[in-house]
Design a protein around this ligand. Structure first.
Ligand SMILES: Nc1nc2c(ncn2[C@@H]2O[C@H](COP(=O)(O)OP(=O)(O)OP(=O)(O)O)[C@@H](O)[C@H]2O)c(=O)[nH]1
Ligand SMILES: [Mg+2]
Length: 446
């Protein structure tokens, strides 16, 4: 952490400006050498010439100095906003290295910000994810997280767990006659409320995980119903081969498509049927795997044909799926004479013609995506955060078993573990503060 690090903070490529960022104790000294300034006033945009090691002019840039601790990393930072393109920013980086900086490792600025207590882990992860966000809703959630929404949630959950622990410690340490009669019941009730809240957050985070990664939308159905035609219509070009030969698509085809404010992954699959062809069998296995991996499934049926055994088999597979997945039933080829009829489709299937009009499907998809995205609940955005909360919930579950048996040492042990796990979302804590909490709440100094 005593090193001074340097990196290009903007994307490489052609653009009007590039930003090179220095962080660490030597930042100011290095910047003075490159700018030939004697002094750089903190938080002041200096329009300055930049010189190489031989004193030759290489660019004119806006140079800003952020004095420690008032910077993103908490260290001295200097930013060079130089002209864009590859050459100048590379030259500035080389010069910084020449004067004693080293190249930053991926994520090193955020890591330093965390180690210097400027941000917690959830904020560091929000920074990483905001760059990858696939839609505006995700960006908004992450912006809140950057402002500390997840940190607040962790703090509140910790507070509640500490209170429950304090209650339990009192039961362990004090004679039964000094305790309120309903204390065990009160503990159980508090645990109920907390557990419900944590479960709701975990469930809603799973449901919305596509907000960050891009929702996966799989188009499935028997051969020839128009799956590839639908992919092509969404993309507006002939990406997949379309033909009236059954089994045209052999492999899954995946493309990004923008629906409203969402960037989704749309997956065309091989028609699902029994086949003796080894390659087609593999394709069908992949179609089935796509159902498993999808957030949303568009089940396509051919309205111009009778509902047959193949449709029946697909229907059976779809009634079996994880309830957190969303199913959109669609009858295609409404431009032809309609023969299909089945109770499974009477309940809300959309009728479209990919050849003529399918706007009702795009509208339905967009409003479904909007409704999944819209949720006021806090969202966990990395698998690390989700794992931490799942582990905390497992320990809370365990603790309940011991509470029921009045084995309070074990109860406390599991609550302590839950506390540690939930704290991992933002930062590790030690458990010293349980005591403060305990005495504060119960006035035990009597
Ligand atoms: N009349 C009519 N024909 C359609 C419509 N949509 C697709 N088709 C035709 O249906 C046939 C099959 O279309 P595909 O998109 O290849 O069907 P698929 O479901 O991908 O078929 P596989 O890849 O074999 O599983 C083609 O001849 C399409 O032109 C529609 O809305 N109306
Ligand atoms: Mg196809």
């Amino acid at each position: 952490m005593n090193d001074t690090i340097v990196a290009n903070a903007s994307a490489s490529g052609i653009g009007s400006i590039s930003i090179v960022r220095l962080s660490g104790p030597k930042s100011l000294e290095i910047a003075k050498k490159i700018t030939a300034h004697n002094e750089l006033k903190p938080r002041y945009a200096h329009l300055s010439p930049l010189y190489d090691a031989q004193g030759e002019l290489i660019d004119e840039a806006v140079v800003i100095y952020f004095k420690s601790p008032y910077s993103f990393t908490g260290e001295d930072i200097v930013e060079f906003q130089c002209h864009g393109g590859y050459i100048i920013s590379s030259e500035i980086i080389d010069l910084c290295v020449h004067y004693g900086a080293r190249l930053a490792e991926p994520g090193e600025y955020s890591k330093r910000a965390f180690l210097n207590g400027k941000i917690d882990l959830s904020q560091a992860e929000a920074i990483a994810k905001i760059i990858e966000a696939k839609n505006l809703d995700a960006a908004k959630i992450l912006a809140k997280q950057l402002k500390g929404s997840l940190l607040d949630f962790v703090e509140q959950s910790r507070e509640q767990l500490l209170l429950i622990l304090a209650n339990s410690e009192v039961m362990i340490d004090y004679a039964e006659e000094d305790l309120p009669v309903d204390i065990q019941e009160t503990i159980a009730q508090k645990l109920d409320i907390l557990e419900d809240k944590l479960r709701a957050i975990l469930e809603s985070s799973h449901r919305r995980k596509g907000l960050i990664e891009g929702f996966r939308v799989a188009i499935v159905g028997k051969p020839n119903v128009g799956k590839s035609s639908l992919l092509n219509r969404f993309l507006d070009y002939e990406r997949a081969i379309v033909s009236d030969i059954e089994g045209t698509t052999r492999d899954t085809i995946e493309e990004s498509v923008r629906i409203g404010s969402h960037l989704i992954r749309l997956i065309d699959t091989a028609g699902i049927r029994e086949s003796n062809d080894a390659i087609e069998q593999i394709g069908v296995q992949r179609s089935l795997a796509s159902i498993e991996e999808a957030d949303i499934i568009i089940a396509l049926f051919d309205g111009s044909r009778e509902f047959d055994q193949l449709d029946e088999d697909i229907m059976a597979k779809l009634t079996d799926i994880d309830p957190s997945k969303h199913l959109i039933k669609v009858i295609n080829k409404s431009d032809l004479n309609q023969k299909i009829a089945h109770p499974f489709l009477e309940d809300g299937a959309l009728k479209i013609s990919i050849k003529e009009n399918f706007t009702n499907l795009t509208e339905a998809l967009q409003s479904l995506l909007d409704s999944i995205a819209k949720d006021d609940e806090i969202m966990l955005v990395t698998s690390r955060q989700i794992l931490a909360l799942s582990d905390a919930l497992s320990h809370i579950g365990e603790s309940r078993l011991f509470l029921a048996k009045s084995e309070l040492e074990f109860f406390s042990y599991h609550l302590n573990e839950a506390l540690k796990k939930i704290s991992l979302i933002s930062k590790p804590y030690d458990n010293e503060d349980i005591l403060d909490k305990m005495f504060g709440e119960f006035c035990l100094g009597k």
